[in-house]
Write a protein that binds this ligand. Sequence first.
Ligand code: FES
Length: 176
Amino acid sequence: MSQQLTQIQPLSQPVNIGDEVATFSAAVEAEIDRHLAKYPVQRSAILPLMFIVKRERGYLDPPGVAYLAKRLALRITDIWEVATFYSMIYTEPVGKYHIQVCRTLSCKIRGAGAITEHCAQKLGIRPGETTADGRFTLSEAECLGSCGTAPMLQINFDYYENLTPERVDQILKSLG
Ligand code: FES
């Protein structure tokens, strides 16, 4: 079974990330060891380890990807295809507050476009951009699993639901 799980086909477009491999403190390595010990198949620890690398380095940068590939005995493409699937794993630097507005059907028909536009106007950036002071990144995300309270957005680990432009103003103000 474990052999089957590790026999995966590479993507047709390999990712070139350079030669640098991230290093971590002994405490972080011990934390990583504890996660790895939970799983009979090492690759199953990929998400908890990604969150640690993201926490330590701010985002999943190329040396962080190389570290995960080495630690989990996986190919770079194996790491990359997971990293680029989840909206909570960042592969580029983001601001202190990462605002992700859901743009999928329920949110879309309940005004997500207006919410995104309101955020963009308030922050002076477009989706995909970060404010000059590094405080806010604005993104659009696919369904975040809170369709019953559309429109909604996520800021870092928190959800904000049943949004109106006025509610967005309150939220942004509360972030300072
Ligand atoms: S469609 Fe927006 S949370 Fe599902």
